[in-house]
Design a protein around this ligand. Structure first.
Ligand code: ZN
Length: 256
């Protein structure tokens, strides 16, 4: 924690006042901060889709909400593997690994839920939490309930529907970064049944329609496919997925 505070305090100094020879210690600290905390000063939003107790409150999660273009349900239960491993658990685990990776790089992380034992929040509220935090970039984490014969991951990217007009172009860059990093680091193939080469524009999701920061939603694999499911349930894969997302976000944020 002390290192984080020190880094946060010193990170901006070199931009405005080059260190003099008399402040050798500060120069060393600032240089290592740049090297080890490339996301210092950045805010990243992470939305782990669904929630572990959504199934207990259908009246809440089925309620219609306006998503910027039309209405959709407040939330859904999400999918699960044949063995009963829930998407909500997967999403939350990957989110925690990702948050740790990003914090280690100096970012401030904003999560839309703090446990996997609650209900909601609605997709509109999830978007608002990240918007209100003035995130520099954000990712919604999901795993799909696709056809059992289909494999792979898809990166969903926003389409301009009004509220998100300004972030469609940068989100496409982020989507390409996520696709590349995820394919390289996880071994999960691009989807065989959704999108084109791992990318799919969508205009029916509040998380993308209402975003005011560059944002994508990743379907990390198909929980209904036994090959994908065997990967998705393991901590090893979940950590690899998180590392890939952290790498993509860093590439995007440091390069932009
Ligand atoms: Zn989902």
């Amino acid at each position: 924690m002390a290192l984080t505070l020190l880094g946060g305090t010193r990170a901006a100094a070199p931009r405005h006042q080059p260190a003099s020879r008399s402040s050798h210690r500060s120069t060393t600290t600032a240089a290592s901060t740049v090297a080890t905390q490339p996301l210092a000063g950045k805010v990243v939003g992470i939305d782990p889709g669904h929630n572990g107790d959504n199934y207990t409150a259908p009246a809440v999660i089925d309620a219609p909400v306006f998503n910027g273009r039309t209405t959709e349900a407040c939330d859904t239960t999400g999918t699960e593997t044949d063995g009963g491993y829930t998407e909500a658990s997967f999403n939350f685990n990957v989110a925690l690994y990702l948050a740790a990776d990003l914090r280690a790089e100096g970012a401030r992380v904003v999560l839309t839920r703090s446990s996997n034992s609650g209900v909601g929040p609605c997709v509109t509220q999830r978007a608002a939490i990240i918007n209100d935090a003035h995130a520099d970039a954000a990712v919604d984490i999901h795993a799909d309930g696709g056809p059992p014969t289909g494999r792979g991951f898809t990166v969903l990217e926003p389409v301009a529907v009004g509220p998100n007009d300004a972030i469609v172009a940068p989100s496409a860059i982020l989507a390409a970064d996520v696709r590349s990093a995820y394919a390289a680091a996880t071994g999960m193939p691009v989807s065989t049944y959704d999108g084109t080469n791992g990318l799919q524009p969508r205009d029916d999701l509040a998380g993308l329609n209402l975003a005011t920061e560059p944002k994508v939603l990743i379907e990390c694999g198909n929980m209904r496919n036994v090959t994908d499911a065997a990967l998705l349930v393991t901590p090893t894969f979940q950590q690899a997925a998180a590392h890939a997302l952290a790498q993509a976000l860093t590439t995007y944020l440091v390069g932009s």
